[in-house]
Design a protein around this ligand. Sequence first.
Ligand code: XMP
Length: 523
Amino acid sequence: MSDISHDRLLIIDFGSQVTQLIARRLRELNVYCEIHPYQNVTDAFLAEFAPKAIIFSGGPDSVMRDGSPRPPQSAYTMGVPILGICYGQQVMMHDLGGKVEAGEHATAEFGRAYVTPSDTRIDMLNGWFLDGSGREQVWMSHGDHVSEIAPGFEVFGTSPGAPFAITADTTRNFYAVQFHPEVHHTPNGKTLYENFVRLAGFTGDWTMGAYREEAIRLIREQVGDKQVICGLSGGVDSSVAAVLIHEAIGDQLTCVFVDHGLLRKNEAEEVVSMFRDNYNIPLIHADEADLFLGELEGVSDPESKRKIIGKLFIDVFQKYADQVEGAEFLAQGTLYPDVIESVSFSGGPSVTIKSHHNVGGLPEKMGLKLVEPLRELFKDEVRALGQELGLPASFIGRHPFPGPGLAIRCPGEITREKLAILREADAVYIDQIRKHGLYDEIWQAFVAILPVRTVGVMGDGRTYDFACALRAVTSVDGMTADYYPFSHEFLGETATRIINEVRGINRVTYDVTSKPPGTIEWE
Ligand code: XMP
């Protein structure tokens, strides 16, 4: 549990796919919340957490099954408002004396539905049912349904499949809805959260300014007068973490920037000059391109590449970190989604599609303690914090870049020649995207150099050069993605520029695969 001293809302996770979105909606309202899997939420936990309000998430189970998830009973007696969503509604009704029935075809609902209000108005529904249609679109996803509401509750909204779509006990401030207000398909859902937190007495004090102050205090408290090392990748997360920690403890922080020779054009110089020259942060530039590229020679299997890079990264980091005398802490830019994933009761993704590379395992191996000042934040909050800390907007808004770098954008064997061509092509492509004002609309864009040479004709001569693929996607979190619909003019102009300006490429293709079934990177 964190030491954040704001009013806190607790989300008890019963395993819904969209629990994180509840947290997102609340953070957007400047309300501090944490998600905890139901197994961890005991009476003692609740008493210590002392939430100002509780939300029960949805979940895949059935309350009629013995042993299905429950909140601790003290949740109902501690005198704080509760909002139950989907399974959360059913569990609430079941616990408080109502009835839930197994889904039949007639009442199971999946997808869009419309809720109409009862005659009585309640504050929880302020801003709802106002657009003249007299109804609100909501997103349903339930098999079971409540068949009898608990004593003290009344119905304030119904849908064809859910006679108890919106229920409330306004005396106890318990609210329970069958649909999911957190998803985009419930367009007015945010208003419900707004109403709920307002009537629970939240003041919206979760701002980045407040977070920064508090994070600095906590870092100082944790670290004392000890030394901290931070692995800098040039990405937004580790950079924001480094600047924040530097603000807290100054020269007690040393950054280690491992340059594996798989960075983009000018990237190493930019990172070094920003941190060393602009911020005066002690920085070790570990130029280990020869080591990495040497070990990668002749390797073409994507997982082997990742494993080699991951292992070398740890070795190299350790070698340089050992030079920092008295280092006791390792700073990492771990974000909240990583934290939730690692405690998620469904155990996170069940299959490893790609073993993402990070410095996991390093702290134990080196006997270091972790400093993770971004553990409570989502990606866009990290960007807001970066802005608050004065990092340049162009830097904060940068597309994500994978740890293994260009290695996974170079399918097949990696050679210095291919990397040099790829860097140039990528630079032209990104320049095109910026020039056309598209950079911020796109979640991630890059070039992959393909392991194939094709024949072309330039001037009067025959060419036999590499083909490349342009990739650009829109996404919210990288978990799913759509390819970006560039105009043909843009694609044509970009292809021409790459072929004219980059020696070694004579064919340009555009990747129109979404994720799933593709992944964003080519490896
Ligand atoms: P995929 O290719 O899995 O990528 O659809 C999703 C997001 O993750 C990034 N990515 C990585 N990031 N280490 C990282 O730090 C990795 O090994 C790695 N592989 C993919 C990818 O760039 C995209 O943003």
